[in-house]
Design a protein around this ligand. Structure first.
Ligand code: HSE
Length: 354
């Protein structure tokens, strides 16, 4: 990877999250270069339904122009190139996998990630499918090829969760993680308490870019379950299959249930929990009635919260956005900045070592 010039970015997917990241990059391009030493060129943008664009002259695509095209309902470009071909273009340094999550096959993100890491390119992703299905394999592939695989955006969007536990809490033994990890269901439960019907609240969550491409993934608890699985593997170091996460969603919860809980001084929240046990790790997702005095009761809308129970610091809680276009774009940005910093440091180390 080049460290003394701009990094070549290849977007695979240009939906809610890809556009959210692009907006941040357009707005902050100068600040990123001046304050964070991060300069980039957009090598390619490949989409499933909006065509593809490739910078053939090496100058880089204008993300502002691509966003304007999408806004006008036009394709981003008319190139015929597959996601893997774009990822492997010689100018690509970092592949941004912002394709939709498929928890069964992991595709198209999984093949793309394997190909990119296998070629020594780094991958930054908000896609939960490949992390769920192949984290150990992808981490090993990245290590073997001197590449980076980072996926902060797969849990709590840009609010630090994985990198908080793995980097800021480095050296702590995290024994349990518990909280609210799905923005869509928390938004729906909050709106139902305000008097909205379930279907209207879900539609709003979709309009705001919180929901998965198939919102059943949210309301049936799959999204929270896969986040619990990712926390178990990445933070507690204990991989477990997705079907080992006990899972109940919110589909059976009505407005009457939410109102009845409120009358009892309670609030219904979809809680995810992973905890060490004598045999390994137990993971679950289920709605729970919690008292209004409970710290999680005030976490409303698409906001998420996680409490990490550790040995040295006891409980550490983080609260922040759990879903959204720019909110998730921020996760990808922070992962890219971490890669750029790591590459600069390793270049310095090798200069000293040499
Ligand atoms: N559908 C997810 C949610 C998106 O609502 O939390 C963020 O992972």
């Amino acid at each position: 990877m080049r460290v003394d010039s701009s990094l070549g970015l290849c977007f695979i997917g240009f939906g809610n999250v890809g556009q959210g990241l692009a907006r941040i990059l357009v707005r902050k391009e100068r600040e990123l270069a001046e304050r964070w030493g991060f300069a980039f060129r957009t090598v390619a943008v490949v989409t499933r339904t909006r065509g593809a664009a490739v910078s053939r002259d090496g100058e880089g695509l204008s993300l502002a122009e691509l966003l304007a095209r999408v806004e006008r309902g036009e394709p981003v470009g008319n190139e015929h190139i597959s996601p893997v071909e774009a990822a492997l273009l010689p100018q690509t340094d970092i592949v941004l996998d912002v394709t939709p999550t498929n928890l069964i096959t992991g595709e198209p993100g999984l093949s793309l990630t394997r190909a990119a890491l296998g070629s020594g390119r780094s991958v930054v992703s908000s896609n939960k499918g490949p992390v769920s299905l192949a984290l150990a394999e992808l981490k090993e592939l990245a290590r073997a090829r001197g590449a980076h695989y980072r996926f902060e955006g797969s849990v709590m969007s840009g609010t630090p969760s994985l990198n908080l536990a793995l980097e800021s809490l480095a050296g702590c033994d995290v024994r349990e993680v518990q909280g609210i990890v799905n923005g869509t269901t928390n938004y729906i439960l909050t709106r139902m308490e305000e008097g909205f019907e379930y279907a209207d609240a879900l539609r709003e969550a979709q309009e705001k870019g919180y929901a998965e491409a198939d919102p059943a993934g949210d309301v049936d608890g799959w999204d929270a379950a896969v986040k619990a699985q990712i926390l178990a593997a990445a933070v507690l170091g204990f991989p477990l299959p997705l079907d080992a996460v006990e899972r109940t969603g919110i589909a059976a919860i009505s407005r009457a249930d939410v109102e009845a809980a409120a009358k009892r001084g309670k609030r219904i929240k979809l809680l995810a929990k992973v905890a060490r046990t004598p045999d390994g790790v137990a993971a679950s997702v289920a709605p729970a009635e919690i008292p209004l005095t409970h710290p999680l009761a005030s976490v409303g809308g698409a906001t998420n919260a996680l409490t990490f129970t550790t040995d040295t610091l006891r409980d550490v809680t983080i609260i922040g956005p759990g879903a959204g276009r720019e909110e998730t774009g921020q996760a990808l940005l922070s992962d890219m900045l971490a890669i750029a910093a790591a590459e600069r440091n390793s270049a310095r180390f090798s200069i000293k070592a040499g």
